[in-house]
Design a protein around this ligand. Structure first.
Ligand SMILES: Cc1cc2nc3c(=O)[nH]c(=O)nc-3n(C[C@H](O)[C@H](O)[C@H](O)COP(=O)(O)OP(=O)(O)OC[C@H]3O[C@@H](n4cnc5c(N)ncnc54)[C@H](O)[C@@H]3O)c2cc1C
Length: 263
């Protein structure tokens, strides 16, 4: 048994092509919006993309471009707060972030993939990847329980030994064993791993989905591993795009409560 901790890494974020945006804005008469780039008022690609998509909707790059629009919001934080307050959620769907979640359990991944709209998932295949040991996360309260740890350790060690015995028994490392046969047996063998076995998943979500999942999965009613992971995701996102995640209040019991719900 190998004791591990869930690890959360943000590996991809939006990057804008300002030359293409400039071309488009020149076409529609909104070039003044990009002048804010030179004044360092547009220094966050994720937030800029949200503002760009929102302003495109009403042609509100500057007053008068659309005769119906007499004033525009130039302050990005104020502008995006209004998007959140108005629940203009489609704007947020353009902005996606990708995480690699390492050493998370199958308990966790099973719950994560229930969130469907606005996500993409690639999960480590335990049909292909043979378990040589059983990495496992223990919460702190469990680690403090000596008897529990002793019994859990011996159970997991026995499961690991069984994995190794099966691999040998099936001759998976013998010369000439075809991948098809390895997959067949590896898939059978994973059935003897616990739900808590630590594995990995690449998870992409857009901002609309992130806002919803951070709230749902840090709720005190949610499972403790997913709460731990989404607390970290919340912290990463708040640092990454404060104007899109700065409205959350984190309560004493760790729930992320948004200022604007159900965007
Ligand atoms: C505390 C907790 C306990 C849970 N317990 C269980 C359990 O015991 N058993 C179990 O099976 N699941 C359980 N779940 C999972 C839960 O039922 C949801 O499937 C999961 O949380 C996904 O969230 P979501 O429904 O908001 O959907 P998401 O996929 O995150 O979608 C976001 C939003 O889009 C809308 N939406 C998405 N799909 C549809 C659709 N098909 N039709 C209409 N609107 C849609 C909804 O407004 C939804 O809230 C639990 C979840 C939590 C947080």
């Amino acid at each position: 048994m190998r004791s591990v901790e869930p690890e959360i890494r943000l590996v991809a974020r939006p990057q804008l092509d300002y030359d293409m945006i400039a071309e488009y804005l020149a076409e529609v008469g909104g070039s003044s919006w990009l002048e804010r780039l030179d004044r360092d008022q547009l220094d966050n690609d994720a937030q800029n993309l949200a503002e760009f998509a929102g302003k495109m909707c009403y042609r509100s790059w500057e007053p008068g471009l659309n005769p119906n629009v007499k004033r525009v919001r130039d302050d990005q934080v104020v502008y995006l707060q209004n998007i959140l307050a108005q629940a203009h959620g489609s704007v947020l769907e353009h902005i996606s972030f990708t995480f690699v979640l390492h050493n998370v359990s199958r308990v966790f991944t099973h719950e994560l993939v229930r969130h469907r709209p606005g996500t993409a998932v690639s999960q480590e295949s335990l049909r292909f990847v043979r378990l040589a040991d059983i990495p496992f996360w223990f919460p702190e309260w469990a680690r403090e329980d000596e008897e529990l740890m002793k019994r859990a350790g011996s159970l997991l060690n026995e499961m690991e030994a069984f994995q190794r015995w099966m691999a040998e028994h099936f001759g998976l490392d013998d010369d000439g064993v075809k991948m098809h046969e390895k997959k067949h047996k590896t898939s059978f063998m994973r059935r003897f791993a616990p739900d808590g076995v630590a594995t990995g998943i690449v998870w992409t979500a857009n901002v609309r989905t992130l806002r919803h999942t951070i709230e749902a999965r840090t709720d005190p009613g949610a499972e403790e591993e997913i709460r731990l992971v989404f607390n970290k995701i919340g912290e990463l996102m708040r640092a990454e795009a404060p104007a899109l995640f700065g409205d959350y209040e984190v309560t004493a019991d760790g729930a992320w409560v948004p200022g604007w719900r159900k965007v």
